[in-house]
Design a protein around this ligand. Structure first.
Ligand code: FPP
Length: 228
């Protein structure tokens, strides 16, 4: 049996294409994406992954049509608390990553409540990246350090000023739907992450896809700049 990545990041791409193929509105793709997200979290739990980060809404996603942005914000406000029994039953601790203070008040409140209501769960930590951007994350950390009077910025200082600095760096980043780019996701922590790109659209993902990305991860030799 190979090694299980401690932390996996998911770029959940292809919701819109999934909906288009079915002549459905793009929003139906996001709802189906939420269902897939739950299956993927369960798959990660079965495999023994301890941390997942899910790219739910980027700092650039505000450029999308208003009805799509509103729909996603509605999902964050209604579905997060609505799914609380699922999170608690499966030992899922929710955290947010990114600036949630500018989300609509009901979404921000619901997320805050869900983070509090799951804080004692310990099977897996699930970071929801919301209004998240990797460049923004680095700038925010540097600004926090400056405000504290730190005189020299080092990689360790930047990391110590992240939203959840105790969450370890990501080992594996998986992206669905065929695109091969990072799209401003986990720029700092992906320094030595492995990348797996899959053609399957996000709403079609399930537990088995977690098994296959971990198997691909296990075919890689990680050297972190050293020698194997
Ligand atoms: C990218 O696919 C997907 C998103 C920007 C949204 C992802 C959000 C979810 C899966 C819902 C999460 C919900 C909760 C409550 C945590 P795309 O729309 O860019 O797909 P496309 O490239 O095919 O258009």
């Amino acid at each position: 049996m190979g090694e299980v990545p401690q932390h996996i990041g998911f770029i959940m791409d292809g919701n819109g294409r999934w909906a288009k193929k079915r002549f459905l509105p793009r929003t139906a793709g996001h709802l189906a994406g939420l269902k897939a997200l739950k299956k993927v979290i369960l798959g990660c739990i079965s495999e023994g992954v301890r941390y997942v980060t899910l790219y739910c809404f980027s700092t650039e996603n505000w450029k999308r049509p208003k009805d799509e942005v509103d729909y996603l914000m509605g999902l964050f406000s209604e579905k997060i608390m609505g799914e609380l029994p699922f999170y608690n039953k499966n030992g899922i601790r929710l955290l947010t990553l990114g600036d949630t203070s500018v989300l609509p008040a009901d979404a921000a409140e619901s997320l805050e409540q869900a983070v509090r209501a799951t804080e004692h769960n310990s099977t897996i930590v699930c970071q929801l990246a919301l209004n998240y951007g990797g460049q923004d994350e680095i700038c925010k950390a540097v600004n926090r350090a400056i405000r504290e009077g730190v005189e020299e910025i080092t990689p360790a200082v930047i990391r110590a000023h992240f939203d959840n600095p105790w969450v370890p760096p990501v080992d594996l980043i998986a992206r669905s739907a065929g695109e091969k780019r990072l799209s401003n996701f986990l720029l700092f922590d992906s320094a030595y992450a492995e990348f797996v790109f899959c053609d399957k659209l996000w709403p079609d993902w399930c537990e088995d896809d977690v098994v296959s990305i971990i198997s691909e991860y296990n075919s890689r030799v990680r050297k972190f700049g050293g020698l194997a």
